[in-house]
Design a protein around this ligand. Structure first.
Ligand code: COS
Length: 297
């Protein structure tokens, strides 16, 4: 969670034990009109007259674990910050918000195609009262915190995509060796053999990209290496597409059975899709990669 990296000692002392126990944390950046274009967020924060707290107004969207969480790292624009209205992301501030804070409510819970065991919802802020000591780093310093968190979490989504692909591939492999057609296991029919070989290769390539991104991240934090934005986006892009492609092929290998809930591949197929969308769409990953490689010219 971002708090680990950006919180001050007081914030760490208060919140890390909570998160180490039974409390869940959530990250809240997106809004209805600010997904890919994160800097376009419209949630506002205004310092109270006595300077003790901020009042947050607006609505956040697509908050993973938003219903179950107790603590949120939530982004809003400080309207009194000198950069507000000057830079597009000007004034963006990261706040630690507790569910019990006055003016905070959990909004609509989404009914989703996949990842149904994790809730996704909106958060409604109506003059939500957040103490000034709950600002991460400093007012106006939130946008790099948000981007930096995404550099890290995209590796997590890449790993999720890899896990989905691996699960789908293993199900298809097992089924293809058990199911017979024309007197032999379907794994011995060349077309299925070809699918399985491609699936295995894609999964292996995705695994190496996830490991490379994780290694680059470690080099960045512990050995002064370059920032891992490009590697994280490449891993997420490749592993997300691999999850989608492999899980779709797995359904195909299982045929009609793959389309039913008797086998896990229909779930892998539904779950795979989100890895091409959240933590930044595949199109955003390409943007990040393209910006990074243009620096090499
Ligand atoms: N780490 C730290 N800081 C970063 C950064 C990174 N990876 N990437 C950008 N920044 C900083 C820049 O240095 C810049 O700071 P200054 O203005 O102080 O120089 C600031 O952030 C703005 O950067 P930039 O101009 O590149 O921002 P853009 O508005 O062009 O947006 C994209 C860039 C599209 C890449 C960004 O909005 C993005 O990642 N969008 C997708 C968001 C997303 O993934 N949402 C889904 C999950 S969250 S629920």
């Amino acid at each position: 969670m971002t708090i680990t990296l950006h919180g001050n000692e007081q914030q760490k002392a208060k919140y890390l034990p909570m998160l180490a126990s039974d409390k869940l944390g959530a990250y809240s950046l997106s809004e209805a009109g600010a997904g890919t274009d994160a800097a376009a967020m419209s949630c506002k924060a205004k310092l109270s007259e006595d300077g003790t707290h901020y009042l947050l107004t607006g609505e956040k969207m697509w908050v993973t674990n938003g219903v179950s969480a107790d603590i949120y790292v939530l982004f809003a624009k400080d309207v009194d910050h000198p950069d507000y209205g000057v830079k597009k992301h000007g004034g963006t501030t990261a706040f630690i918000v507790e569910k019990t804070f006055e003016g905070f409510t959990v909004g609509k819970k989404e009914d989703k195609l996949g990842i149904r065991s994790s809730d996704t919802c909106t958060l409604v802020l109506e003059n939500c009262k957040v103490p000034v000591e709950n600002v991460l780093k400093a007012p106006g310093k939130g946008f790099p915190i948000a981007m930096n968190a995404l550099d890290n979490s995209r590796i997590g989504i890449a790993a999720q995509g890899l896990g989905i692909a691996q699960g789908a591939y293993e199900s298809a492999l097992k089924y293809a060796h058990e199911r017979e057609a024309f007197g032999v296991p379907i794994a011995r029919h060349q077309m299925i053999t070809s699918y399985l070989a491609d699936m295995a290769t894609q999964v292996e390539a995705a695994r190496l990209m996830v490991y490379k991104a994780a290694w680059t991240k470690e080099q960045h934090y512990h050995h002064n290496g370059h920032r891992h934005s490009k590697e994280a986006s490449m891993a997420k892009l490749f592993a997300g597409d691999t999850a989608m492609w492999v899980s779709e092929r797995a359904v195909q290998v299982l045929g009609g059975y793959g389309y039913t809930t008797d086998f896990p591949v229909e779930r892998f197929f539904r779950d795979a899709k989100i890895t091409q969308i959240y933590e930044g769409t595949q199109e955003v990953q390409k943007l990040v990669i393209a910006r990074a490689i243009s620096k090499d010219v």
